[in-house]
Every structure is written in structure tokens, then in C-alpha cells.
Design a protein around this ligand. Structure first.
Ligand SMILES: *[C@@H]1O[C@H](CO)[C@@H](O)[C@H](O)[C@H]1NC(C)=O
Ligand SMILES: *[C@@H]1O[C@H](CO)[C@@H](O)[C@H](O)[C@H]1NC(C)=O
Ligand SMILES: *[C@@H]1O[C@H](CO)[C@@H](O)[C@H](O)[C@H]1NC(C)=O
Length: 317
């Protein structure tokens, strides 16, 4: 297969001779990116559940629609297994959900990957991480080693983003069409389904969070202002408290759900940006067979009804 040309053959770089340099690796984009999506403990009382963990299919479709393939990362695996997966994938997505973000197996795996990603990026090995909703919250806990979240009244509401001055020049939003950024700022098109939030106050008072993340947007529930979008200063890490993936792929009929053309375009723009980040990573599976065996195509999603919070889930042992 064409994708398994030895790395050195692709990366002869005039600046440093036969040894590949970081700049050349990034210029040479990986057109076959594979992104890991982390599973989590089943929702309590999920009548469709098979096995012990799941991934909502909307996150898989979200990445696939933007040109990536997906590998499920199952919970409850050894550090060695996670390290092997890490060196095979080009990015990590931490999805939304409902687990304990300090004690769950989801958190344990997220922490292992987070630390691997810090180390890799520090060594010039580009590896992007994206957190959505619970994934946003999980990243905040991993960065400052504390749960600084507070309850907000944001369980089912669509909000326009209050963009900060930093948004315009951010890596994430700079990649958006101008009209879309304007829609994001003016229209109620970001779906919020969370009761916990990182308040602007707690973010500002925590030196670790403040040094690590640049705030790109905030929102309020009327009483507390919270951070709705952020990106790390020095790492390709991105976090949204809202749900871009729901607009095209989830159909539960309740307040906060938005299916407008602009909301769907916003979904695609976030995914497309993240996939373009994953294209800068050159991790790969040891062989095409290993890659085949790991891909989500080996699993079938289960239809749970359009009236459930996730219309289809993948389940894992
Ligand atoms: C994790 O593994 C342990 C021991 O193998 C098992 O008891 C537990 O049920 C597993 N948890 C999940 C969520 O799979
Ligand atoms: C700040 O974080 C603490 C947890 O350490 C939490 O109890 C509190 O509600 C938070 N306050 C605000 C305003 O976010
Ligand atoms: C639209 O957003 C505003 C905040 O700017 C919020 O107060 C309002 O509840 C939202 N409306 C809907 C229908 O979600």
C-alpha cells in the first residue's frame, strides 16, 4: 500500500541531510490521518448497552466527514497498549459524556494519552488533542490537576459565542470562513448540554490553566460566565464546551439542538481544522494489517432511536 512507504524515503530534507527535521515533517502532510476516539464507561441504565464502554457514533461521523479515519481507544487497557496506540495514531479526540473526570477509566486513559502528547510535542513530534464538552472539562482537570468546575444552568440551550479579542488570531478560528465566525458570534448555534463549566473566575485564578490555555470564547448562564472555547498556547490542544458534532448527526428533539445550515458548517469547520492538525502527525501503525484491525470499521454502531441523546453508539467489551 502506498501509505506505507518508509518515512525516511519521504523526508529527505536539504536543511539537515538525510535525517528528517521537524519542519520538513510538518510540510509533508499526512493525507491519511487516523484519529483515536476514547471510549468511556456506559451510561447507567443504557438498555442498548453491550459490553462495558461506548463511543457515540456522532463523534466518528464528525471526523470521517472531514477526511479522517477513526480508531476506537478502549478503556481499561495497559499503559503499554496505550503507548502502542499513541505511536500509531495522528490525534486524539476526547468526547462528551457522563463519567467521573477524576476517577473513571476514561480519565485514566485520557491522562496517559495527555502525558504522552505533552512529551511528544515537546520533542517536536506534532500530536493534536481535541476535547468536546466532557472532553473540555477533562483537559482542564488534566492540565491543573484539580477539578475547578462549577454548576451552571446550561443543560439544553443554544448560545452564540462571545468571542474574545484573541479569537481572530487563534489557530482554530483563523481557519474559519469570516461569515461563519460572524454567525457564531451572533446566532444561537452552539449546542450546550452540560451542567458543569469552567468559570472565567476559576480559570483566571489558576496559574496553570491561565498559562496553558488561551481563551477564545466565553458564555454565561445569566449568572456565571464560563469558558466555551480555548486552545493551548504551546501545544496543538483544543477544547470546546459546546457540541459541534450534534448539529448534523444527533436528532433528539429538545431545546439546544440546532440543525441550521450555519450550525452544520460550523461543525464541519471545527472537524476540518482538527483533521488538518492531525495531518501534521506522522505516527503510523507498524503494518497495514495492524491498521486494519484497529479501525472502527471492525465494529457496528447500534441504533438507539432518534429520541435518545445519542442516536447510534458503538459498544465495546
Ligand atoms: C476494568 O477491568 C477490571 C478488571 O479486569 C474489571 O473488573 C472492570 O469491570 C473493568 N471495567 C470496565 C469499565 O471495563
Ligand atoms: C471554583 O472551583 C471550586 C472547586 O475548587 C468550586 O467549588 C467553585 O464553585 C468554583 N467557583 C467558580 C466561581 O467557578
Ligand atoms: C440565545 O442566546 C441567548 C444568549 O445570548 C440566550 O439568553 C437565549 O436563551 C438563547 N435562546 C435560545 C432559544 O436558545
Amino acid at each position: 500500500m502506498g501509505s506505507f512507504v518508509p518515512a525516511a524515503a519521504l523526508l529527505v530534507c536539504p536543511c539537515c541531510g538525510p535525517r528528517p527535521c521537524a519542519a520538513a515533517r510538518i510540510q509533508q502532510l499526512n493525507q491519511r490521518p487516523i484519529i483515536g476516539v476514547l471510549a468511556q464507561e456506559n451510561l447507567p441504565g443504557d438498555q442498548f448497552a453491550r459490553g462495558s464502554s461506548y463511543i457515540a457514533a456522532s463523534y466518528v461521523k464528525y471526523l470521517e466527514a472531514a477526511g479522517a479515519r477513526v480508531v476506537p481507544i478502549r478503556i481499561n487497557r495497559t499503559e503499554e497498549e496505550y503507548a502502542k496506540i499513541f505511536s500509531s495514531i495522528n490525534g486524539l479526540l476526547l468526547p462528551g459524556g457522563d463519567v467521573d473526570i477524576q476517577t473513571s477509566e476514561f480519565t485514566r486513559a485520557a491522562r496517559i494519552f495527555y502525558n504522552l502528547a505533552l512529551k511528544a510535542n515537546d520533542a517536536g513530534d506534532y500530536f493534536p488533542v481535541w476535547g468536546t464538552c466532557q472532553g473540555f472539562q477533562q483537559l482542564s482537570v488534566l492540565t491543573c490537576n484539580k477539578n475547578l468546575l462549577t454548576l451552571t444552568d446550561t443543560r439544553a440551550v443554544a448560545l452564540p459565542l462571545t468571542l474574545t479579542p484573541a479569537a481572530q488570531s487563534s489557530r482554530l478560528f483563523r481557519s474559519f470562513p469570516k461569515d461563519l465566525l460572524q454567525s457564531l458570534a451572533e446566532e444561537n448555534i452552539t449546542s450546550n448540554f452540560h451542567k458543569w463549566s469552567l468559570s472565567t473566575q476559576n480559570y483566571s485564578r489558576n496559574a496553570k490553566l491561565k498559562r496553558f490555555y488561551k481563551v477564545l470564547s466565553t458564555n454565561t448562564d445569566g449568572k456565571k460566565e464560563f469558558i466555551s472555547t480555548m486552545e493551548a498556547y504551546r501545544y496543538p490542544f483544543y477544547a470546546v464546551q459546546w457540541h459541534p458534532e450534534k448539529s448534523p448527526f444527533e436528532w433528539i428533539d429538545k431545546p439546544g439542538m440546532v440543525h441550521s445550515t450555519t450550525a452544520v458548517r460550523v461543525c464541519f469547520s471545527t472537524a476540518s481544522f482538527f483533521v488538518s492538525e492531525a495531518m501534521k502527525s506522522h505516527h503510523r501503525f507498524p503494518s497495514p494489517t495492524d491498521e486494519d484491525r484497529a479501525l472502527i470499521y471492525n465494529f457496528c454502531p447500534v441504533y438507539r432511536g432518534t429520541d435518545s441523546v445519542f442516536v447510534q453508539n458503538y459498544y465495546f467489551d
